[in-house]
Design a protein around this ligand. Structure first.
Ligand SMILES: NC(=O)c1ccc[n+]([C@@H]2O[C@H](COP(=O)([O-])OP(=O)(O)OC[C@H]3O[C@@H](n4cnc5c(N)ncnc54)[C@H](O)[C@@H]3O)[C@@H](O)[C@H]2O)c1
Ligand SMILES: O=c1ccn([C@@H]2O[C@H](COP(=O)(O)OP(=O)(O)O[C@H]3O[C@H](CO)[C@@H](O)[C@H](O)[C@H]3O)[C@@H](O)[C@H]2O)c(=O)[nH]1
Length: 440
């Protein structure tokens, strides 16, 4: 099948490449000419495990190409919308200008297709009600609109795209249009469906809500365990044991209960905020006031880390050298959007410390985008003569650090383990003052 993917960022580039992997003929459209050139040369514009090989193979194999020209999407039967929906400058609501521009620019290129209806398929995360609004806009063209939200995690993007936990279609209200649209998407995902991936159908609003509900639940789980970490800190209890113990209950489950400096990235923080903003517009803001608390607990983990660092440095940052291990919002990604690590590093530097930061994947990007920051090649270079080390993104390179070796290079052996990934006993035995999150 001939497919277009509009917007080739973390989501769109991986989706386009995986669609080619499924055997489709794919064109990716993006307004960023530099990104398009890179992708056309088979090079990933971001760090994502397993993506480079797939991209190179599909571009060289001729089933995948990228363009800045919407006219190249003409003739495709399915057009996926994967442009960004960041938090708006003014408040919590999602900035819909990219989605609106993409749909408006795509409409003139939507053509009748001999094999069934042409589809515009939304994958971006949007405020509930967007699909109905866009369907009215697309209505004058030969295409139907479907909402098919994406649940991939960065760091596992390829695997999550090809073997998702579920697929959901938000379908048009007209039964004939719904049935025909559903059949076309089934053909797109045929091999995945044949492998038994659950596929649900719903109306537009439900499909849109499934996405933000899932992210809200995940964010709530993280803030819940971080709230428990605060209780553990006040009582001398250990949140890692608490999480393991409650996680044995099937109804709770062990995942997403890692206490630390909290959630960041281009999704959870802005999605819960956009959800609250949308609930306000719908007159049901009270339903989501708990998300405000989820957000507050999350932000508090960042300020708590800065305050702890301040205390450990004797109440002043000035003249101190601080090593920060991690800049990306999570390991196996170079994404620094709303990164707790970067946020904490900025706050400490802003209060007068000399901060040296390192990140295996985000480091080079950071050095380019933030010439004001000192970026080191690795943990040892960052930690040289440091008065304090903070581990804020749990890369394997940092988890595997030898405490005795690292101790050799620092000025003062004290570490904040903002992700609870180090063995406190081993670090203490090597002479370090160790501080985790919610651990005695
Ligand atoms: N990153 C993820 O893990 C992930 C997972 C699921 C859902 N999402 C959602 O997917 C959407 C995209 O997220 P992302 O992380 O890929 O963002 P991103 O910023 O990495 O990518 C967006 C891309 O869209 C391009 N773009 C902007 N306007 C355009 C236009 N008018 N026409 C064509 N291209 C345009 C940008 O140049 C950019 O390359 C968001 O709604 C996000 O919430 C992201
Ligand atoms: O127990 C945990 C788990 C995660 N995190 C943090 O939470 C953030 C988000 O992690 P994760 O959800 O793994 O990363 P994303 O790639 O942002 O993926 C989320 O956001 C995507 C975009 O909407 C969705 O598609 C995914 O399903 C959803 O997991 C990161 O900062 C993690 O460090 C914790 O602090 N504790």
């Amino acid at each position: 099948m001939h497919i277009s993917v509009i917007g080739c960022g973390y989501l769109g580039a991986v989706h386009a490449t995986c669609m080619a992997e499924l055997g489709h003929d794919v064109v990716g459209i993006d307004v960023d000419a530099g990104k398009v050139d890179l992708l056309n040369s088979g090079k990933a514009p971001f760090h994502e495990p397993g993506f480079d090989e797939l991209l190179e193979r599909q571009v060289n194999g001729g089933r995948l190409r990228f363009s800045t020209d919407y006219a190249d999407a003409r003739g495709a039967q399915v057009h996926f919308i994967a442009v960004g929906t960041p938090q708006s400058e003014e408040g919590y609501a999602a900035d819909m200008t990219y989605v609106d521009a993409a749909v408006a620019d795509l409409i003139p290129h939507l053509l009748e297709h001999p094999d069934g209806p042409t589809l515009v398929v939304g994958k971006s995360t949007v405020p509930v009600g967007t699909a109905a609004r866009l369907a009215a806009q697309v209505g004058g063209s030969p295409a139907h609109l479907v909402w098919n939200p994406e649940f991939l995690r960065e760091g596992f993007a390829v695997q999550d795209t090809l073997t998702p936990d579920r697929i959901i279609y938000g379908l048009p209200g007209d039964p004939d249009a719904a049935e025909a649209s559903s059949a076309v998407l089934d053909a797109v995902y045929a091999s995945m469906l044949a492998a038994g991936i659950p596929r649900l159908t719903a109306d537009y609003a439900t499909a849109e809500l499934v996405k933000v509900a899932a992210n809200s639940f995940l964010a709530t789980k993280i803030s819940f365990i971080n709230a428990m970490a605060e209780l553990c800190e006040a009582t001398g209890a250990d949140v890692t044991v608490l999480a393991e113990a409650i996680g044995h209950d099937d109804r709770i489950g062990p995942k997403f209960l890692r206490a630390g400096v909290g959630f960041g990235g281009g999704c959870l923080p802005k999605d819960i905020r956009a959800f609250m903003a949308r609930a306000g517009e719908l007159g049901v803001d009270q339903a989501l006031t708990f998300l405000r608390e989820v957000d507050t607990i999350n932000t508090r983990r960042r300020t708590a880390a800065v305050e702890l660092a301040h205390r450990l440095l004797g109440g002043t940052f000035s003249g101190k050298r601080v090593a920060v291990l991690g800049a990306a919002f999570k390991p196996d990604s170079d994404d620094m959007r709303n990164s707790p690590a970067l946020d904490i590093a900025n706050a400490i530097a802003g209060q007068g410390a000399r901060v040296i930061i390192t990140d295996p994947a985000a480091g080079p990007k950071l050095a380019k985008s933030r010439p004001d920051m000192e970026v080191a090649a690795d943990a040892f270079e960052a930690a040289r003569d440091a008065d304090l080390v903070l581990l804020l993104t749990e890369w394997r390179q940092f988890r595997d650090l030898d405490p005795a070796e690292l101790r050799e290079v620092v000025a003062s052996p004290q570490i904040i383990d903002g992700r609870n990934v180090l063995d406190p006993a081993a670090w203490r035995a090597a002479g370090w003052t160790y501080h985790g999150v919610g651990r005695p």
